[in-house]
Design a protein. Structure first.
Length: 282
């Protein structure tokens, strides 16, 4: 029996209250404008810091929070904790928007209170695509995901998650087989896939980390040319950091949650297609 696409929306209402927390009035306006553009019925609640955010939370619930890392009276991680501690805010997406997000991600400084992060240096067009993934995710029919997983049960379940949202999945049980496919496309304008999704620990001689190093080193594919998402159940922060430093665009932590997996996949696919980045390979 085939089921339809899962509703990926992180917001349960068509008129969400979205809190934008940033010490810069200009940045609050810019992010607010992007939100209103993406969700015409959104109510933007601008706050300059944690104190104003607490007042806003006391006045009524919000549906999504974006925050800078550095705030006049604390930081975005402390704000995320404040949101969680507010009685009615147990699950609200809290997104850190910062030019320093990548280094915090690599150092594993983000806590479980932070739902996701966005690197401000990617620009506001990318921010719009990112927010769209949380508010109103749209499929990219025919997008090809090269997927490496040696467990048949896990592979079948994950493949179905992606295919439900219009993606074509090229499944390989090992890195060696995946490299044969990628090698056959080397030197072409088309690298053979639009995104790579791989587990870290595999039964063959090569691991997901090895695949990542080959793609970024030997093949010379940058993060925009061929995005790589790495799935891992390893809770060791140093190992997670190593994957990001080796060139992973993002991590997908196990057990896999369909909404986050597909949201992250669609965002990386859209980001790779944006034309306003500094370099097409980065």
């Amino acid at each position: 029996m085939t089921t339809g696409p899962t509703d990926l929306r992180h917001l349960a209402t068509d008129a969400p209250r979205i809190m934008v927390v940033d010490g810069s009035r200009l940045v609050r306006k810019l992010i607010g404008d992007v939100l209103v553009q993406e969700v015409a019925s959104a109510v933007v609640v601008p706050c300059a810091g944690i104190a104003e955010a607490r007042e806003a939370l006391a006045a009524g619930p919000v549906d999504l929070v974006t925050t800078s890392l550095a705030l006049p009276d604390g930081d975005g991680i402390a704000l995320a904790r404040t949101v969680r501690e507010t009685g009615s805010q147990a699950y609200v997406p809290v997104i850190v928007v910062s030019a320093d997000a990548q280094s915090h991600l690599e150092a594993r400084r983000f806590t479980e209170d932070v739902t996701d992060y966005f690197d401000k240096s990617l620009g506001f067009s990318a921010l719009a695509a990112f927010i769209r993934g949380y508010v109103q995710p749209q499929p990219i029919p025919g997008a090809r995901v090269l997927y490496v997983e040696d467990s048949r049960v896990v592979a079948l379940a994950t493949k179905r998650m992606l295919e439900r949202h219009g993606m074509t999945v090229l499944h390989f049980v090992g890195v060696e087989e995946a490299l044969v496919h990628l090698e056959s496309c080397r030197g072409n304008d088309d690298p053979g896939a639009d995104l790579v999704l791989t587990d870290v620990y595999l039964k063959g001689e090569l691991s997901g980390h090895d695949l990542l190093e080959r793609l970024r080193g030997d093949f010379g594919y940058g993060k925009r040319r061929l995005p790589v998402l790495v799935m891992t159940g390893d809770a060791n922060p140093d190992n997670q950091s190593g994957l990001l430093r080796a060139g992973a665009n993002d991590l997908v932590l196990k057990p896999i949650e369909e909404r986050l997996l597909v949201t992250k996949t669609l965002f990386q696919l859209r980001l790779a297609r944006l034309t306003d980045a500094a370099s097409p390979a980065d």
